[in-house]
Design a protein around this ligand. Structure first.
Ligand code: ZN
Length: 149
């Protein structure tokens, strides 16, 4: 159990130091900004979605290691996925960070499981889920714009 925890720690440190897909996307067709005032984390998530598939996803931002690593892990997990799969992962991830250990085992979240430890720290849950809430917001925004035009 301790070894697993160390591995998770390593994934978070690695993604915080070398965030994946950390760039502004010029041709994004979905984007949103997220802010976690409790910790001061800020993120902008960019997506390029074509025919319901995430062709490209990136983020920029600043904040604590958990928030940045979570955003980095999220972009890695979602590239090439469909929008439906993205929503599904959001639900699973949210469940993982707020529910008990037994439920987590069957979620198959790959490296995202590294963030399961935040469950024990309610304030940190907001850091870990910020990227995902921003993603959901980005996906909704385009929809709202489309429906009002
Ligand atoms: Zn934070």
């Amino acid at each position: 159990m301790m070894e697993l925890r160390d591995l998770y720690q390593e994934i978070i440190i690695d993604h915080n130091r070398n965030p994946r897909n950390h760039r502004i996307m010029a041709n994004a067709n979905y984007q949103a900004q997220g802010y976690n005032p409790l910790c001061g984390d800020q993120l902008t998530v960019y997506l390029n979605i074509n025919e319901g598939v995430v062709q490209d996803i990136s983020f920029v931002g600043c904040g604590c290691a958990i928030s940045q690593a979570s955003a980095s892990l999220m972009t890695e997990a979602l590239c090439g996925k469909t929008v439906a799969e993205a929503h599904d992962l959001f639900t699973k991830f949210h469940h993982m960070t707020t529910s008990d250990e037994e439920a987590v085992a069957c979620l198959s979240l790959d490296k995202l499981v590294a963030l399961a430890g935040v469950r024990a720290f309610p304030a940190r849950v907001k850091c870990a889920t910020l990227a995902w809430h921003t993603l959901e917001c980005a996906l909704k925004k385009e929809h709202v714009t489309v429906s009002t035009e």
